[in-house]
Design a protein around this ligand. Structure first.
Ligand code: XIL
Length: 335
């Protein structure tokens, strides 16, 4: 018996080694957090709204409260009341907050859009705005959509007040200002896919390449994904393009998904919707750089796209719709 002992030990060691190596090869279990855009409009008035968010989502994005029209309605006069409300509620419930958004052509105050601010003045306004907002939420908001929708549907620069006054350099300046205000924040460029998705994917990639080459502190790209059941990026398109972005050295996220149902065949609209959500979620889960998946609202009746479109994961009675479970499953369970 003693003779065989070394051989037995050797076999056991080999088996143990094989098990360890195989486990080492297996990718660790992945759970992509699920977020929702939330609004102060219902946070205080609707307890069910609060409860559904608390129970079903891992993170929140203030739907409007961090946009410039809210945070700096008058020049130099900041109002953080509504944003604080969302951030405090989220932290109370242990949810992360996405900061949306610092520089955008939409929902900016009239004193900015009216024009009349020259290049130097507007550049200063932008930098100070970013510094003030990002600093205020340092340690509470760890990721920001620094610039939103700088590109048009077919890939050209959008002629926003920022672009017209400051030129394309405004994007770089915005990221630098955000980085200086909170060096540990994850900084995102956020955009939609427009009417020509191929052109837009390409334009977003080119922007990232350009910014990276300049040494701009950009860490991620957010894809909004406001779609319809009649037209949405399928699993393959989404995965391929997220991967191409990953190769450029940035993280990615789905940041604002909703799926309207009035276009396309009306029978089984909610089934088609579930598929659109699942496709995007599977693509995100398959790409290591995809860090979060956010839907743009909680329950249908409050959606910016209109309640009749039924675009979200909960119906107007706060019941889970067919899209919820497969989406969660695709993202790797409810964590
Ligand atoms: C929308 C909000 O949902 C609406 O409540 C508001 O009236 C307009 O803006 N892309 C974005 C989001 O980046 O900020 C927009 O949110 C939807 C489109």
């Amino acid at each position: 018996m003693k003779r065989f002992l070394p051989a037995v030990v050797a076999v056991l060691v080999l088996v143990a080694l094989a098990v360890v190596l195989r486990d080492g090869d297996r990718p660790p279990e992945r759970h992509v957090p699920l977020g929702a855009a939330v609004s102060t409009r219902w946070l205080d008035s609707d307890a069910r709204y609060r409860r559904v968010i608390a129970r079903n989502f891992d993170s929140v994005t203030p739907e409007n409260e961090l946009k410039m029209a809210y945070t700096q309605p008058r020049r130099g006069r900041y109002d953080f009341g509504p944003a604080d409300r969302v951030v405090d509620e989220a932290r109370l419930r242990g949810k992360e907050v996405r900061g949306h958004t610092l520089v955008w052509h939409g929902q900016i105050p009239r004193w900015v859009t009216r024009g009349g601010l020259g290049k130097r003045a507007l550049a200063r306004v932008m930098r100070e705005h970013i510094a003030t907002v990002v600093r205020r939420y340092r340690g509470k908001v760890h990721e920001w959509d620094v610039v939103n929708e700088a590109l048009e549907d077919f890939g050209g620069w959008r002629p926003s007040v920022w672009y017209r006054t400051l030129g394309p350099g405004y994007v770089e300046q915005a990221f630098q200002a955000a980085h200086a205000a909170d060096p540990s924040a994850r900084l995102y460029y956020n955009d939609n896919l427009g009417r020509d998705r191929a052109a837009k994917w390409l334009a977003i990639r080119r922007l990232v390449v350009y910014l990276k080459r300049q040494g701009v502190p950009i860490h991620g790209v957010g894809i909004q994904n406001h779609v319809t059941t009649a037209s949405y990026p399928g699993r393959e398109e989404m995965e391929t393009n997220l991967r191409l972005l990953e190769k450029l050295g940035v993280d990615v996220q789905i940041t604002e998904m909703d799926v309207t149902t009035s276009q396309g065949p009306s029978e089984d609209a909610l089934g088609l919707q579930a598929r659109a959500y699942r496709d995007a979620a599977e693509a995100c889960a398959a790409v290591r750089a995809c860090k979060r998946f956010t839907v743009w609202g909680v329950a249908d009746q409050f959606s910016w796209r209109g309640g009749h479109e039924r675009p979200l994961l909960f119906d107007s009675h706060y019941r889970r719709k067919p899209a919820y479970a497969p989406l969660r499953e695709a993202l790797g369970g409810s964590g």
